[in-house]
Design a protein around this ligand. Structure first.
Ligand code: HEC
Length: 209
């Protein structure tokens, strides 16, 4: 009888010990760092935003964009330019003011599509821009600076109408390299597509006349 009880008692003790071990895991407070079984990508060599880096001689973790010989941010196009005349510099590197892409309904449709995707968020679908309560773009409304209006306004000053009076080459330039707080779209939108957007800006402008 005595001998038969022993293993049962031992079993009960073991069970209690096991249960209490598990129970202590729940709701227990510990100063120790948590056990990190699956590391995922929590620990990796990386430079955090605005932090210092010993890797570069100037110790800037965040790098500046690559510039060309004129100190301007280099433009990366996803595919090679089909024709040098498509850029806003001609063979003699002179500034091209007129749109080199012939206008057609396909080009305008493409321009509209890309304008609506890339530009309307700040400039509004009509290109009237503005910010705050007068903002036409979802993001433009919250923009700290006034988003320019592409439309000529009779009652406004020359400075207010400056953007409406820019040449097509200048629109291309802004789309390509961005300006102020506007991001550059050169790396994202192909050359002909940028010219298609310029054609579409002209359509928008003609609608307000
Ligand atoms: C994230 C918001 C934003 C987006 C998206 C955006 N823009 Fe702008 N854009 C601005 C702001 C802000 C300015 C005013 C820049 C300044 O003068 O500092 C501006 C200015 C301009 C100007 C006037 C430049 C000048 O000479 O003053 C043109 C033209 C223009 N944008 C065209 C476009 C086109 C075309 C697209 C789409 C490919 C586009 N923008 C996308 C914010 C945006």
């Amino acid at each position: 009888m005595k001998h038969a009880l022993r293993p049962t008692l031992l079993g009960a003790l073991l069970l209690t010990a096991t249960l209490s071990t598990f129970a202590s895991c729940r709701g227990g407070i510990s100063e120790d760092p948590p056990v990190h079984l699956v590391l995922d990508m929590d620990f990796q060599q990386k430079v955090k935003t605005q932090s210092k880096s010993e890797f570069y001689p100037d110790h800037r973790g965040m790098r500046l964009p690559v510039t060309d010989a004129n100190g301007r941010v280099a433009v990366i196009s996803r595919r090679p330019l089909p024709d040098p005349a498509m850029s806003n510099r001609d063979a003699s590197n002179a500034f091209v003011t007129a749109n080199p892409v012939p206008v057609s309904s396909e080009v305008l449709e493409r321009g509209q599509k890309l304008f609506d995707i890339n530009c309307a968020i700040c400039h509004g679908y009509t290109g009237q821009g503005g910010n705050g309560v007068h903002g036409n773009g979802l993001v433009g409304r919250r923009w700290p600076v006034v988003i320019p209006n592409f439309h000529f306004q009779e009652n406004k000053s020359e400075a207010d109408n400056r953007v409406a009076l820019l040449s097509e080459g200048e629109y291309f330039e802004v789309i390509t390299n961005g300006k102020g707080t506007m991001p550059a779209y050169g790396p994202r939108i192909d050359v002909e597509d940028r010219w298609a957007i310029v054609h579409y800006i002209r359509v928008l402008q003609s609608l307000s006349r």
